[in-house]
Design a protein around this ligand. Sequence first.
Ligand SMILES: [Mg+2]
Ligand SMILES: [Zn+2]
Length: 279
Amino acid sequence: MAAACSRIVVVFDFDKTIIDCDSDNWVVDELGATDLFNALLPTMPWNTLMDTMMRELHAQGKTVDDIRKALTSAPIHPRVVPAIKTAHALGCDLKVVSDANLFFIETILEHLGIRECFSEIYTNPGFVDQEGRLRIHPFNSSPHGCTNLCPPNMCKGGVIEKLQSTLPEKIFIYLGDGVGDYCPSLKLREEDHVLPRKNFPLWDLISKSPMLIKAKIHEWSDGHELEQTLLQTISEICSSFLDEEDVNSQLVSADCKLQTMSTSGVREPLPRRALPMPH
Ligand SMILES: [Mg+2]
Ligand SMILES: [Zn+2]
């Protein structure tokens, strides 16, 4: 099973997918800066606003430890951590692609004890500067030019394209909820799977024109369904690989038998891929 599952890459969005809130809003609300956030929201892009909010909180005397403490109380469904641990234990390669930031995501994943389950985190850089202020920068430092509803600071579809080109033999499972998860969903191929959170913006967009999505679509509503749907999808992919390996090993042994039997040279090469694949 592990060998088959190692051909699977599971890509998770973070906010409202792994955790059950938006980490940016959570920190702002927990540190009592909601009014300022709402006042500034119409004046600048979200990513710039978060960097500005961190400056304001720093000026008010809020420390990085206060932010860390707020993050560790972010809500998460009790089945999400076990789902992630199981997918990792099965041998899947897990990654995060998120429009939050590295500081928020690593703080929460470390707190949950699952940082090591993820091989890569693609997100906006977040780091503490010399003055002890948390800085948040855009993921895409130059315009990405994508028109698939992506925010100016991050095109998640670009990340998926990069992963597809560096890992061409892998099957992708993508889990997400937001508008920013639509672009990567459009990039998935027929053999991939997209798991949109039901009644959230990604699900709405996919439901409007499902024919635009090449991947198989499986919806989920909460952490319990996320666990069931993810593990079911992994299991289906793995067993299709195992069947394929079965067929191939049968073909190899059939091949050997034929080779020893065939002395006349009339044997046709066996059409390996022409056999019907069991589902
Ligand atoms: Mg999200
Ligand atoms: Zn995009």
